[in-house]
Design a binder for this molecule. Structure first.
Ligand code: NAP
Length: 514
């Protein structure tokens, strides 16, 4: 039996005992086991801080960027093997797996570019140099330096490659070492990526550690210079934020959690328009891609009541032409869910939506008995939606049409019932109506995507997270923020105000202070 190993203290290790099984999502057959029992996680974190931290802080941004670039190149060079592994361990179609693996390598490449532009610096200057009182020499300036601890990354099951690479890109560029804990159920891809990096000699000692399996007592060993970046369910996020070591040391915790992402169709958009086609493509993609297991997938589709029948017809047509089946077949669009517990949760979530008053407008065909299959569903809620529609994220190939009538502020108020989200997309060519909706949506989201006629065939849809823009959202979405170009580096850094003789300070740190 394949054992998923951990890479700690610069060595590959395996935990004790039988371990937790990992399965082939299409068939339910066991493919590997992972155990972290008996691993010394306190020693692993101490090693990363001492060995990885000191090495990274000695590097300039340009040198860290070169490291990040190499990691991205290795992922890209091995994408076929990684995609095959994602098919087995996560049930990904070829296109789903590429979305994950290429998302990882392209995010590493983007941070390598941004880091290279910072060149020889080791310290970032934030904002202006400000004279103190009337002095010309005695000035104040904010300096940004890496935290001297370790960044603990706890990732969700749905993006084992991208989730790991995007966090690492930012963290390593910031100058912090990381210990990555992938979700146990899909840890094979993350383990393979770290093994490829290690085998290529691309990892300076201690800069990246991997814990494949349960977190055990990992968080008990956190200290005052550490940071935690978590992606997963809101419940686990709250548990981590309330962990005694996190509270004791005020460890910063970034949470990326559940989100009832919306799509709003403007009243001006007619079914014969390009804007309507863009809307239909985006909703269909988010129901089918990764079998709906994307944190950014559209869950609530606000449609003017008078257009519901046309939208149901258009979406049903598209979904009926999205074949579900063997993810290794090139024609397959929808694969299985990643785990048995996902299938249980999605089935229970669907029942909850239906019990709350939603009806099924489209249901995909029969699914195989073995493996973790759920056929795509399109539901229609009563006008304005139900509490379940606005509160319960069904993390699978499911979206609910919410009929609505009224003005833009009412549409924004309905979306706000989701309690804060990662992204909402809106589709309209009416600037005045859209402006009002946009202002209503902004406080509730990390990102808003506005689709309209002249951009209808551009962009990758709201479900794609680009490293240039922030990813995260207020409230239920976790209150976190990742990526956003160099903004993301801030989370792994300390910003300190320094008051000194400006010329002396510039000489001491080799900074171009004006
Ligand atoms: P989860 O059950 O919360 O697990 C997420 C991660 O937390 C896994 O690595 C898990 O490890 C770990 N974990 C669980 N309990 C822990 C504890 N007590 N201490 C430390 N770590 C712990 O979530 P999931 O089922 O994998 O992911 C699905 C959810 O993630 C969905 O709700 C989705 O919306 C959300 N998500 C959000 C984003 C985003 O960017 N906002 C992205 C993807 C997914 P084990 O696997 O070992 O249990």
């Amino acid at each position: 039996m394949v054992r998923v190993r951990s890479y700690l203290e610069g060595r590959w290790m395996d935990g004790d005992g039988a371990g937790q099984p990992l399965f082939d999502a299409s068939t339910g057959a066991e493919v590997a086991r992972a155990s972290t029992v008996g691993l010394d996680l306190g020693a692993a974190l101490a090693f990363a801080r001492a060995e990885g931290g000191s090495r990274l802080r000695a590097m300039t941004f340009g040198e860290r960027a070169a490291l990040v670039k190499r990691l991205g190149e290795i992922v890209h060079a091995n994408r076929d093997e990684l995609c095959d592994l994602a098919r087995v361990n996560s049930g990904n179609t070829r296109s789903d797996a590429k979305f994950d693996v290429d998302g990882g390598s392209s995010t590493l490449a983007a941070y390598a570019r941004w880091g290279a532009a910072l060149g020889d610096q080791r310290v970032m200057v934030d904002g202006d140099v400000t004279p103190i009182l009337r002095s010309k020499r005695f000035v104040g300036v904010h300096l940004v330096v890496p935290r001297t601890g370790v960044a603990v990354h706890i990732n969700a099951f749905n993006f084992p490659a991208w989730g790991m690479c995007e966090k690492l890109a930012v963290t390593l560029l910031a100058g912090m070492p990381a210990l990555v804990k992938p979700a146990t159920a899909t840890a094979l891809v993350a383990e393979r990526i770290v093994a490829l990096w290690e085998a290529a000699g691309a990892l300076p000692l201690g800069v990246v550690s991997l814990l494949s399996g349960s977190a055990g007592d990992l968080l008990d060993h956190l200290g005052p210079q550490d940071a935690v970046a978590f992606t997963g369910s809101g419940d686990t996020g709250r548990l981590i934020k309330g962990h005694p070591a996190v509270l004791k040391w005020n460890v910063p915790v970034n949470v990326e959690a559940d989100s009832l992402n919306g799509a709003v169709l403007g009243p001006d958009v007619t079914p014969d328009s390009d804007t309507f086609q863009m809307f239909v493509s985006d909703v269909t993609r988010d129901i089918t891609q990764k079998a709906g297991q994307k944190c950014t997938a559209i869950r609530r589709v606000l449609v003017p009541s008078s257009r519901v029948a046309e939208v149901v017809e258009a979406l049903s047509d598209r979904l009926a032409n999205a074949p579900m089946g063997d993810p290794s077949e090139r024609a397959t669009i929808v694969g299985p869910l990643a785990t048995a517990s996902q299938r249980r949760d999605v089935t229970a979530g669907l029942e909850r939506l239906i019990a709350s008053g939603c009806t099924v407008a489209f249901a995909g065909g029969e699914v195989p008995a073995a493996g973790y299959w759920v056929a795509p569903r399109l539901l229609v809620a009563p006008e304005g939606g139900t509490d379940a529609v606005h509160e319960h994220e069904v993390f699978g190939p499911v979206a609910t049409i919410v009929p609505w009538s009224g003005d833009a502020s009412e549409a924004a108020a309905i979306i706000a019932r989701g309690g804060g989200g990662l992204v909402t997309s809106m589709y309209s060519d009416d600037a005045s109506w859209s402006g009002a909706l946009l202002l209503g949506l902004l406080p509730w989201h990390g990102r808003v995507v506005w689709g309209s006629r002249k951009v209808h065939d551009q962009g990758a849809g709201p479900g794609t997270v680009l490293p240039d823009f922030v990813h995260g959202g207020p409230g239920k979405a976790g209150g976190g923020e990742e990526l956003g170009g160099l903004r993301g580096v801030r989370f792994y850094s300390q910003r300190t105000a320094v008051q000194a003789d400006g010329a002396l300070l510039a000489r001491a740190l080799g900074l171009p202070l004006q």
